[in-house]
Design a binder for this molecule. Structure first.
Ligand SMILES: [Fe+2]
Length: 306
């Protein structure tokens, strides 16, 4: 399937994600708050290694237990958005990495990269990110140094063991590199960008687009998905993002993407024709000339076979 076609389909998928977010029940919201309560708003890179690993365990377990929850983002705190951003990016990056076939250890490592990717923002002048005004050229230059500064900080502050001691700082340094060479700080070509950074850049960009910042409003998830997919395939120098990672993200953002074939609990084969508010219960059309259209949200006895 071409990415341009995916871009159209994903609008509806992302709208469903938005609908799920807004239609969370009070009980779900309470549960989410309970989950969020133990999480300090301390930026992860200011945590000691024990606390960082505890937070990582919590997020990793949560994504494995309920992958769709990875797209229900923590709201930014009133002070700085970086802590919530780090947790959200970590969860989305793990969601993509799992669906992309990474090992469990690699998924967790990608999650750590997500938690720590903006550590270099710590060296920026206080309040710069919350200024709510365009940056001066010098400030902009300082911001563009944060991948390198973050990699240095993480290298000095943590010991993960084995290859992770080099791979995690490398991924942090590369999280703003782009597959078409348009990224920073080095403008690397795709072949030199680590797999973890390819995943992280998609997760980071999607989260950044769909959550508010002091200087702009959040974009609708559907617009953000479309933007990512278009940027992934239509720039003059090729795509900014890894096409396979983007495809995985579209797949991961929905349990049963439109058009995919599924098996129903009564054994019939069917094709997904419409999204609903319940990611596990789409509208499907059964196979055959006289295929039946079934809204699985209205048929409690019938489900998609896992
Ligand atoms: Fe960044």
């Amino acid at each position: 399937m071409e990415l341009s076609e995916l871009a159209e389909r994903v609008v509806r998928l992302a709208e469903r994600v938005a609908a799920i977010e807004t239609q969370q029940t009070a009980a779900q919201q309470t549960a989410a708050q309970k989950t969020a309560a133990p999480l300090s708003d301390t930026p992860p890179w200011q945590m000691d290694e024990v606390r960082l690993q505890e937070l990582m365990d919590e997020l990793h377990t949560g994504v494995k237990r309920d992958p769709t929850a990875a797209l229900r983002f923590d709201a930014p705190s009133t002070g700085c958005y970086l802590s919530a951003h780090a947790r959200n990016v970590s969860r989305v990056a793990m969601l993509i990495a799992r669906k992309h076939g990474f090992s469990d250890a690699s998924v967790r490592a990608v999650g750590l990269c997500g938690l720590l990717h903006d550590a270099g923002m710590e060296s920026l002048p206080h309040g710069l990110l919350e200024a709510g005004r365009p940056l001066t050229p010098d400030e902009f230059r300082q911001v563009r140094l944060h991948p390198v500064n973050g990699a240095d900080l993480v290298r000095e502050r943590y010991r993960f063991g084995g290859l992770l001691d080099s791979v995690i700082p490398l991924t942090i340094e590369q999280h703003h590199e782009r597959a078409d060479g348009s990224g920073y700080p080095h403008g690397l070509p795709a072949a030199r960008i680590h797999d973890f950074a390819r995943v992280l850049s998609v997760a980071d960009s999607f989260e950044a687009m769909t959550t508010p910042r002091p200087f702009r409003a959040a974009r609708h998830p559907a617009q953000a998905m479309r933007s990512l997919l278009l940027q992934g395939c239509k720039t003059a120098r090729g795509g900014m993002y890894d096409r396979d990672v983007l495809k995985t993200f579209v797949w991961a953002a929905s349990l049963y993407p439109l058009g995919c074939e599924v098996e129903l609990s009564d054994g019939r084969r069917a094709r997904v024709t419409e999204a609903t508010d319940d990611p596990k219960r789409p509208v499907v059309k059964t196979s055959g000339r006289d295929g039946e259209t079934i809204d699985l949200t209205r048929t409690a006895s019938l489900t998609v076979k896992e």
